[in-house]
Design a protein around this ligand. Structure first.
Ligand code: HEM
Length: 560
């Protein structure tokens, strides 16, 4: 009997002691103990934040916690959220902290790429392979880029808008801009003729988007947040991802491999001097192929092929795959987001929508273009006018203000978690000694919608940029749309990790082809159309960018 009692009591006492010690450690002794916690359970179990993430409410939860508790909060035992830029975000992202396994989900063909490589060393290998094609001089001097911009915007987009204008029916512009941006980005990567043509084949766009939705489904929470448990469950025959996930993943991977094969043929033709149209040169494909061949000298052809395709999938898709818990504050409602969508198309769509809501803004854009001699008027007698050179549109202050304001409002906000360095403690948002291996995250929303920095933060007001942009709390710019540091969106200069990175982020709109395409799209549309929002009652009811989100706009032709 005594033996039995001891047999129970000793382990029970030991467990209680360990539990008490763990609680005491978590609340009092841990170097993270001084950080305010978002929920009373946060210091010792991650359940609260995992539940929020599972329900895609992390942004809401973290935002509210920051409102109550300040610029740094503890979401889980070793999981922090940071909202201040200067001594928080800049240190984390500018310092190139490594990524957690959360990003493994973004490998393709079981090969890593720039976005999903976790360590700084591996990332720089991938990134070196591509950065040269996205440099300022490469983009500005690119005959291929100008030619394909002309062909896609004037050759594909305008006829579609004209068709719509004739019927006077409104058009759903999210699907339109997804198609446009998929065509554009892929034409730059693979060459115009090797790229897709979603703009002229609407049913393909829908099918593609549905596969995309399945690939990046909300159940990706499991492999991203709980990879080990997910693997164990899979070993026991329980798959946490929906049935359609794998077929959709394969569909997209086959589709991407098809583009690579076509670009490879185009590259051979280019090598033989047989490719006449500069728009057909597969600029990015060619560079990545060359660099991968050089880096992976000893590897077999198939491995290299998959490595190249994974990197390019990443370019095509990182603009898409950032798992957007995007722009969720709609009329003070907090909505979950059902899936991950394409960020360039999303920003462009909402930009057009904002402009369409504001006739004064259209008038201003039109007069600015006309008085600078940059109106791109398309008429029956001049159906294919030459586009002005890329730099000319950058000089238009109101167009620039419209873009900045739209980037401020969207694409908030994707989780971009990082891990503090394994070899040292760091200081963040005024808290010293944050231990190695701590997960840290910031949302763009925190800096783009901070009411201390912006008047009417939830209102689209391009004019604010003509008056200096911010409230004047400090002289720091606060746009962080493309991230910062070595993992900043690939089109931005690696050298721009300076103290004033935020301001520089927005000088990058002159550098990236996607800001460029936005300028051209806006210039072409507002030189030729008046746009009016068509209210079908659905606006603001669905998470921005979800398959249910609909932005209806009517296009009216200004000239015959
Ligand atoms: C509105 C347009 C876009 C926005 C706002 C945007 C924003 C971002 C952000 C916030 C990141 C993550 C930075 C980080 O992890 O800290 C990123 C990474 C990336 N973006 Fe973009 N992006 C846009 C368009 C594109 C497009 C069109 C491409 C296609 C070439 C692209 C390619 C990439 C790549 C490859 C990365 C990963 C870079 C790396 O980890 O080294 N993005 N982008």
């Amino acid at each position: 009997m005594t033996v039995n009692l001891v047999g129970y009591l000793v382990p029970a006492a030991l467990c209680s002691f360990l539990l008490c010690y763990y609680l005491f450690y978590s609340f009092r002794l841990s170097p993270l103990a001084k950080i305010p916690y978002a929920h009373w359970t946060s210091p010792f179990v991650p359940c609260w934040i995992l539940w929020k993430r599972y329900r895609q409410k992390e942004l809401n939860a973290a935002y509210q916690a920051h409102q109550r508790l300040g610029p740094i909060v503890r979401l889980g035992p070793r999981d922090l959220s940071v909202s201040s830029y200067e001594n928080g975000i800049r240190t984390i992202y500018g310092g190139g902290f490594d990524k957690p396994t959360y990003f493994d989900f973004f490998n393709y063909y079981e090969r890593n790429n720039s976005f999903c490589s976790l360590t700084r060393k591996e990332h720089s290998t991938h990134r070196r392979r591509v950065s040269v094609v996205y440099s300022k001089s490469a983009l500005f001097g690119s005959a291929q880029l100008l030619s394909l911009t002309q062909r896609i915007i004037v050759g594909r987009l305008v006829p579609k808008l004209d068709e719509q204008a004739l019927t006077q029916e409104p058009i759903e512009i999210l699907t339109l801009t997804y198609a446009l941006c998929l065509d554009y980005v892929n034409a730059f990567i693979f060459g115009y003729s090797s790229g897709p043509n979603f703009l002229q084949t609407e049913s393909n766009t829908q099918l593609w988007l549905e596969h995309y939705e399945q690939r990046y489904c909300k159940e990706s929470f499991w492999p991203q947040e709980l990879p080990t448990i997910t693997k164990w469950l899979a070993a026991l025959g329980v798959d946490m991802l929906p049935k359609q996930h794998i077929p959709s993943k394969h569909y997209l991977e086959r589709w991407m491999m098809g583009l690579c094969d076509k670009a490879n043929e185009a590259r051979s033709l280019a090598d033989q001097g047989l490719l006449k149209d500069p728009a057909d040169i597969p600029v990015v494909y060619h560079q990545v192929q060359k660099a991968t061949e050089a880096d992976m000298n000893g590897a077999d052809t198939q491995t290299k092929k998959l490595e190249i395709a994974s990197e390019l999938f990443d370019h095509m898709c990182t603009q898409m795959t950032l798992p957007l818990e995007a722009a969720i504050l709609v009329a003070d409602l907090y909505l979950p987001l059902a899936g991950a969508r394409e960020v360039l198309g999303l920003v462009l769509s909402y930009t057009l929508y904002y402009i369409s809501q504001n006739q004064q803004s259209q008038y201003r854009l039109r007069s600015e273009l006309a008085s600078a001699g940059l109106a791109i008027t398309i008429t029956d007698s001049e159906p294919n006018p030459a586009l002005p050179p890329p730099a000319s549109l950058d000089s238009l202050p109101y167009l620039t203000a419209v873009l900045k304001e739209s980037f401020r409002m969207r694409p908030n906000s994707t989780p971009l978690p990082r891990i503090t360095p394994h070899d040292r403690a760091v200081s963040l948002a005024g808290i010293d000694n944050i231990p190695p291996g701590t997960r840290v995250n910031a949302f763009q929303w925190f800096v783009h919608r901070d009411p201390r920095l912006w008047d009417q933060p939830d209102t689209w007001l391009p004019e604010r940029w003509l008056q200096g942009g911010k409230k004047g709390v400090d002289d720091e710019g606060v746009l962080w749309a493309f991230g910062s540091g070595p993992r900043m969106c690939v089109g931005n200069h690696l050298t721009q990790y300076s103290k004033h990175i935020l301001r520089l982020v927005f000088r990058t709109d002159t550098l990236t082809p996607w800001c460029k395409v936005m300028r051209y799209v806006i210039a072409v549309i507002y030189s030729n159309y008046r746009t009016v929002v068509f209210d079908d009652g659905s606006f603001g009811k669905h998470p921005p960018g979800s398959l249910d989100d609909r932005l209806m706009v009517r296009f009216e032709r200004l000239h015959a």
